[in-house]
Each structure stands twice: as C-alpha cells, then as structure tokens.
Design a protein around this ligand. Structure first.
Ligand SMILES: NC(=O)c1ccc[n+]([C@@H]2O[C@H](COP(=O)([O-])OP(=O)(O)OC[C@H]3O[C@@H](n4cnc5c(N)ncnc54)[C@H](O)[C@@H]3O)[C@@H](O)[C@H]2O)c1
Length: 335
C-alpha cells in the first residue's frame, strides 16, 4: 500500500508493506552516501538491512529514550555528516521510533539547509503518527520539541513485521494515538479496536491512521487550525505526562481522552484501553494537572481550545475559559 502525502515542499510516499524493509534498495535512492541514525534498543537487523543496501553507509547509534533527543546527539550527527564530507546530494535515514525520527529529521533539515531524509519507523507510535506530518525536532532546556523544523521526508517505509520485536508496553502505548484518531475521525477503525488489535491485524490500523493524519496535515501543514484535532486527549495527557506520572506519552493520552468525551464514548474508550492493557487512572493529583494546563502552550491567554468527542467518528473544538475548563475536569477527576 502506498499513501501519497502532499506538502508545500513537495510530495512523498508512505509505503506500508510487510517485508518491505528488505526491499529498500529498490524503493529508496541509496546509491550515495547514507547516514543511518538508530538507537541501541532497535534490533541491529533493521538498520543493517539499510546499510547493506547502501552504496556507502555510516551508522550512528544513540542511547534509547527521550533523553537522547538532545543537542549533543544532534551535534554528533552533524559532526558525522561533516566529517564524512556529506554533500546535498547524500542522505540521512532514520531507523527506529519517534525519538530517532524526530532528531535525524531535524539534522537532515538543517545540514546544508536540508538534505534528503528517509524515515523507517519501527514503533507503533512512529508508524501510526510521528512519521507523518513533517515535524522534526529536538528537546532543549527542559522543553520537548522546542527546537525544530517542518521538513517532510523524501519517503517513509513502514514494515509492520518490525513490530514483533517491540515490547507489549510500547506496542499498546503507540496504539493509543491510533485510537485517538479513530475516536475523532473513523468509526470503522474504532470498531476494529473494539474487536481487538494485535500484531496480526495492525496493518489496517496503520493504514487508516496514516490516511487520517495525512489528510489533516495536508489541510493544515503548520498547525493553524484543523491539525488541532490531533490533540484530542492531549491537554490532560500532557498535564499528566509533565507531572512525573511515570507513564509513557500514549498512556497519558489514553487517560486524557476519557475526560474529553460524552459518557457513552468514555465507556467505550475505557473498555478498549483496558483490553489493550493501558491505564485509565493515574496517581497524579489534580493540583499538578491544573498547574500544568495553565502552563501549557495551548492555553492562549485565559482561554483554552480543546477537542471534544460526543459521538465516535466526529469531534468539535471547544474554546472556553481555562478556569471553567479546569473546574469541569476537577469535578470528574479520577471518579
Ligand atoms: N514528529 C511528530 O509529529 C511526533 C508525533 C508524536 C510523537 N513524536 C515524538 O516521538 C517520540 C516518541 O516516539 P516512540 O514512542 O516511538 O519512542 P522511542 O523512539 O523512544 O522508541 C521507544 C522504544 O522502542 C525501542 N524500539 C524501537 N523500535 C523497536 C523495535 N522494532 N523493536 C524493539 N524495540 C524497538 C527503542 O529503542 C525505544 O527504547 C517522542 O520524542 C515524541 O516527541 C513526534
């Protein structure tokens, strides 16, 4: 399956197919210098498949985890590109999750004002979400994604077979972002979640999620309007995440969604989260949520815009006073 994505800087294809990692030579232009960025939690065989297909390759392996998405590792990549005399006709390939994809993409966006970037996402989160949309970034000064660029890849290769080595927690964590898209925009995908999602039928989840996200992004590349729908569950989700909850991003978003929908939708989402082994509650106290929401960038002045789902497959943007929003959430918190 090939999904074309249009952007202001040109279009690219997302290819989703089992076994496609072993076909990269015929899909990507690797007949040049190729810098591969991966992390030490990604099985070697994935980046080796790319290295073997390249004319000349250089591999950078960063330590796994969000902490690695930093300026030091960014510098390491730029140093390597410079040190090996990469020119604007060479390329960077990310093989791994969103951390590797965001950082390698940012390095590609900024080296010589932009060299070709291919993304080969290998986590559920990166396959259903972060590899689509052209956002690249590193964290800086304690802020996530604060230094970055909109820079579309030349192609994205998704091989669902890579998900068999991903642990259960990361598998479910990524599905939460796909469930978010199902709840706002795709009744059939939501029904599939209710029937049960596994590595055997994940292909349809990936394809449907990418179709939703790419349609949203094509409509609103720079996040001025519609793209906000992708924030469903994220206002409370981010607040939980920044309150030392010990939960992963998708786990926080899952809980966050429960506060932003009608009672009927809430029940259905809760059941799916339970089936996926995702949390529906957290120990975080409401005071921390309040502080975090007030500091959240989406709270423009004293107003906040959130996404609300009354019925599966549809959504509305709600603009209200941050204080009013917080009072409503406080009334429902962990009940
Ligand atoms: N650019 C965007 O639009 C966008 C959207 C959402 C999230 N993000 C970013 O994505 C990042 C999170 O991405 P993530 O959830 O993929 O986390 P991640 O990149 O940290 O990967 C999670 C873990 O899975 C391991 N891993 C990766 N592939 C594997 C495989 N096939 N088998 C076994 N282990 C594997 C990694 O080593 C890592 O330990 C965050 O930095 C977030 O800001 C970006």
């Amino acid at each position: 399956m090939k999904i074309p994505v249009k952007t202001a800087l040109g279009s690219y294809d997302i290819i989703i197919e089992r076994g496609t990692l072993n076909e990269v030579k015929s899909i990507l232009n690797l007949n040049r210098k190729v810098l591969i960025v991966t992390d030490d939690g990604v099985p070697d065989k994935y980046f080796k498949a790319v290295a073997d297909a390249a004319y000349e390759s250089l591999i950078i392996v960063i330590p796994q985890g969000e902490k690695s998405k930093n300026i030091d590792n960014y510098k390491r990549i730029i140093d390597a590109l410079l040190g090996a005399d990469f020119t604007r006709s060479d390329c960077v390939v990310a093989v791994g999750g969103g951390v590797v994809g965001d950082m390698a993409g940012f390095a590609a966006a900024t080296y010589m004002r932009g060299i070709d970037f291919y993304n080969i996402p290998t986590t559920v989160l990166s396959q259903v979400d972060s590899s689509v949309g052209g956002k690249t970034a590193i964290d800086f000064g304690g802020y996530k994604n604060v230094v970055g660029a909109f820079y579309p890849p030349k192609a994205v290769i998704i091989d669902p077979e890579t998900l068999y080595t991903l642990d259960e927690r990361q598998f479910s964590n990524g599905l939460s972002e796909a469930l978010k898209m199902a709840a706002t925009s795709d009744v059939e995908l939501f029904n599939l979640f209710e029937k049960g999602v596994s590595r055997e039928n994940i292909d349809e989840v990936i394809i449907r999620s990418i179709k939703i996200k790419s349609a949203v992004v094509e409509n609103d590349e720079r996040e001025n309007g519609l793209r906000r729908v992708l924030n469903f569950g994220h206002t409370i989700g981010h607040a939980i995440e920044s309150s030392d909850s010990g939960l992963l991003h998708g786990e926080c978003v899952g809980i966050g969604m429960l506060y932003m929908c009608s009672p009927d939708v809430q029940k259905r989402i809760e059941k799916i989260l339970n089936n996926l082994g995702l949390p529906t509650k957290t120990d975080v106290k409401f005071d921390s949520i309040r502080d975090a929401v007030i500091h959240d960038k989406k709270a423009a002045g004293d107003m906040i815009i959130t996404v609300f789902v009354s019925e599966v497959g549809s959504f509305e943007f709600k603009s209200e006073k941050t204080d009013d929003f917080l009072s409503q959430i406080e009334g429902k918190w962990q009940k």
